[in-house]
Each structure stands twice: as structure tokens, then as C-alpha cells.
Ligand binder design. Structure first.
Ligand code: ASP
Length: 437
């Protein structure tokens, strides 16, 4: 500890700042620089890409190792099944609420009113086909786990890791050497995440500069209402639904939740990828929210793949925007269809940039809305993706707290700690302390 303090003192103001403050400064500075440089800010993008690649490098080994470790730490398979089922039910329920908020705001604020667009019968956009339920289920099992790992197929990786973990538990002593290796690899991956995150403020600075430079005010102003409606919905969903669930279902102070997830939110905002944010989310859940390693490594990868509340909310607003812009009236049945389709589509949406836009085509075709609407939304999709991905990640973290609390897998002393732990040395200490406690 004394080493940390003295090195921090020597490092000056910048190195003394908590990571989330550095990221926030990077973000704001990026927006200012992007606004000044305009499209030239594109030249900064490689710095952001470097950072995103470094984070992506962590996903597969981190999810795989920490999930195997999580399962072997759990031993109790009934508990695991219960946790999985509970997570999926809460994920789907919050998604349905999110899209209802999106539809509500779309009706109230009428973002597409007055645009008077006319649908072109020869629109070029091609609708995405809905994957069938049977093929989705069949595809859960990887024919070749190495291929699943190489292709970054998170759901398949989850299934294989669960199977491997359960098998290791069943063979008892014989499985111990492998468990030790996975434990040590998982620890190393957490350390690597911490190292990569030191670069986050600079990577995020570059990404924000690029976005701000690309979308000047000219692009943003006409579509300001859609952006406003999506952002308002996202803020409401986090501040009302998530903090409500934390207070009333888990009985925990919501401020701690909001403080604890800020790094993950900022990472999601700038990277627009919930899978990409996974290493940071797992870290936030364990170190700031006190969710146990097993629970965090199980609930969060699942959430990053199937839980997309922000995406569903955005699809609600976007569908109404398109209907209003083209002067099409929607019936109550259409609204219900949008809720059902967007909820299911959000399960099938990958946690990668822009995936929600592709799924929007599915929602639009299901209710017979013109595909040209997609092109208008596509122009500003990155701006919308930033908000919806932050919500997606916040939702996964909220569910990890609820599950942790209900399964006795939440360390409330970490959750209630006054400040999120941000100094790397202190973080390592706190995990070790929890683990040995
Ligand atoms: N970018 C979002 C995510 O990774 C998915 C989307 O495009 O809506 O969560």
C-alpha cells in the first residue's frame, strides 16, 4: 500500500485521478477536438481502434476461463440452473419494459412528425430474416468448441464452458490440476484487463473525436428529436427501472449501483459494443458492486449476448419514427407485434456495434413499415448506438446485482463501500480479501 501511495504522489494530478474521471475527461476532450477538427478527426481513429482491439483480445479467453472457474467454484448444479433461469426471466422482462418505454416516448414526442416522406417501392434495403427458434437452439451447442472460441461465438462458448466446468466438478480430485490452471489463467486475464484499461482514456478520446468530427451539427439537427427521444428513454430506463429494481427488489442503495457501473457505461458509450465491454463489466461487478466471481462470470456474458434493453427501447422509438415520417398509422396489434418482435430480436442481437440497426429491419418488416426509414436512422446510428449500448450494459450489471443478492453471492461490504475501488493495487487487495474471507 505504501508503495502505491508514494508512486501516486510522484505521478502528479493525472495519475492520481480515478479511472472513470480520466475516461470522462478523455471523452469530453475528444468531443471538443472532434468538433474543432471536423472530418479530419478521422486520423485519430486508429488510436481508438487500437484500444478496441486490445479489449476484444480479452473477451474470449476471459469469458471462457472465468466461466469454467465460476462453475467449478459453484459445485451446486441446482443453484446454477436456478441462476440461469432467473437471469433469463429478468432479462426478458426488463427488455419488454424498455421497448414499452420506447413506444411511449415515440408516441408522446412524435419524433417523425412533419417529415412527410414517401415510400419508394424499389427501396434497396434488404430485410434481415428472423432466425428460427429451432435453429437458434440447435446452434447453442458448438460442433467444434475450438471453432466457437476462434469465431468468438459467446453463447456456444458459454455452453461449452458450463459443460467443462460441470465435468471437472464431477471428476473431483482428477480435475483439480485443470481447475488450478483455469483459475490462474482467469486471474491473468483480469490483470490484463486492468492493464488494457489504463489506455482507455486515450482510446476513448480518439473514438469520441472521430464521432464528433464525423457527425457535425448539420447531420444532427434534423434528427434531433429521434436522438432526444432515444437518449431520454435510455436515461429514464436506467434511473427509474434499474435503480427501482435495485432499491425495491434487492433492497440496496441505488446510488452505489450507479457509481459502481460508471466505467462500464463509459466504455460501452464509446465502444458501442456490449461484448467488447464485457471485461470491464465483469470487473465493475466484482470490484465495485461486490458480485461474486462465479455469479459475475455467469450472468454477465449471458447478458452481454441476450439482454439488450437499450436496443429494444431504440427499436420502439425508431419504428414509431418511421411510421410517423411516412404517415402510416399503427394499430394496437402492431404495437404488440413490435413489443414481441423487438424483445425476441434483442435476444438475437449480437453485442457488437450497429447490430441493433440490422435487427431494426426485422422489426420494420414485421409490421410492414418501409425500409427506407432504416436509411435515415442509419445516418445517425452511431450516436444512438452509444446510448443504447450503455443501457444494455447497465441492465446486465443490474441483473448481476439482483441475482447476486438473491443467491447470497453479493458482498454488501464491497457494494456499500463509499467510493468504487479504482487504484489497481487496492483492487487486487480487495478481491484477495473477499476471496479469503
Ligand atoms: N451495439 C449494441 C451492443 O453491443 C447492440 C446494438 O447495436 O444495439 O449492445
Amino acid at each position: 500500500m505504501s508503495i502505491t501511495t508514494s508512486s501516486a504522489q510522484q505521478g502528479g494530478l493525472w495519475s492520481n485521478l480515478a479511472l472513470w474521471k480520466k475516461i470522462l475527461i478523455g471523452m469530453i476532450a475528444g468531443i471538443i477536438v472532434g468538433a474543432i477538427m471536423g472530418p479530419d478527426a478521422e486520423m485519430l481513429k486508429p488510436i481508438g481502434t487500437l484500444f478496441i482491439n486490445a479489449i476484444k483480445m480479452l473477451i474470449v479467453p476471459l469469458v471462457f476461463c472465468s466461466l469454467v472457474v465460476g462453475v467449478t467454484a459453484m459445485q451446486d448444479s441446482a443453484k446454477m440452473g436456478r441462476m440461469g433461469l432467473k437471469s433469463i426471466v429478468i432479462y426478458l422482462m426488463t427488455t419488454a419494459v424498455a421497448i414499452t418505454i420506447g413506444l411511449g416516448l415515440g408516441t408522446l414526442l412524435e419524433p417523425g412528425a412533419g417529415l412527410n416522406m414517401v415510400a419508394d417501392a424499389n427501396a434497396a434495403a434488404v430485410a434481415k430474416e428472423a432466425p428460427s427458434l429451432v435453429s437458434t437452439i440447435i446452434n447453442l451447442i458448438p460442433k467444434n468448441p475450438i471453432e466457437a472460441l476462434a469465431g468468438g461465438k459467446i453463447l456456444q462458448i458459454i455452453v461449452f464452458a458450463l459443460g467443462l466446468g460441470i465435468a471437472l466438478n464431477m471428476i473431483g480430485e482428477k480435475g483439480e490440476p485443470a481447475v488450478k490452471i483455469f483459475n490462474s489463467l482467469a486471474e491473468a486475464m483480469f490483470k490484463l484487463t486492468e492493464l488494457v484499461m489504463k489506455f482507455a482514456p486515450y482510446g476513448i478520446f480518439a473514438l469520441m473525436a472521430w464521432v464528433a468530427g464525423k457527425y457535425g451539427m448539420d447531420v444532427l439537427l434534423p434528427l434531433f428529436k429521434v436522438i432526444g427521444a432515444v437518449y431520454l428513454g435510455c436515461v429514464l430506463h436506467v434511473l427509474v427501472v434499474y435503480t427501482g429494481a435495485i432499491s425495491f427488489i434487492a433492497g440496496l442503495p441505488p446510488m452505489q449501483y450507479l457509481k459502481g457501473i460508471i466505467n462500464a457505461q463509459m466504455m460501452a458509450f464509446s465502444s458501442t459494443s456490449s461484448s467488447g465491454t464485457l471485461p470491464v463489466s465483469i470487473r465493475c461487478a466484482r470490484e465495485n458492486l461486490g458480485v461474486s466471481k462465479g455469479t459475475a462470470s455467469f450472468v454477465l456474458p449471458l447478458g452481454a449476448t441476450i439482454n439488450m434493453d437499450g436496443t429494444a427501447l431504440y427499436q420502439g422509438v425508431a419504428a414509431l419514427f418511421v411510421a410517423q415520417a411516412f404517415g402510416i398509422d399503427l394499430s394496437t396489434a402492431d404495437y404488440l407485434t413490435i413489443i414481441a418482435t423487438a424483445t425476441l430480436a434483442s435476444v438475437g442481437t449480437a453485442g457488437v456495434p450497429g447490430a441493433g440497426l440490422i435487427m431494426l429491419s426485422l422489426v420494420l418488416t414485421t409490421v410492414g413499415l418501409p425500409m427506407e426509414g432504416l436509411a435515415i436512422i442509419a445516418g445517425i446510428d452511431r450516436i444512438l448506438d452509444m446510448a443504447r449500448t450503455s443501457v444494455n450494459v447497465s441492465g446486465d450489471l443490474m441483473v448481476s446485482v439482483l441475482i447476486g443478492k438473491s443467491e447470497g453471492e453479493l458482498d454488501e461490504s464491497i457494494y456499500n463501500a463509499h467510493e468504487p475501488v479504482t487504484e489497481p493495487e487496492a483492487e487486487t487487495d480487495s478481491i484477495t480479501a473477499t476471496r479469503t474471507a
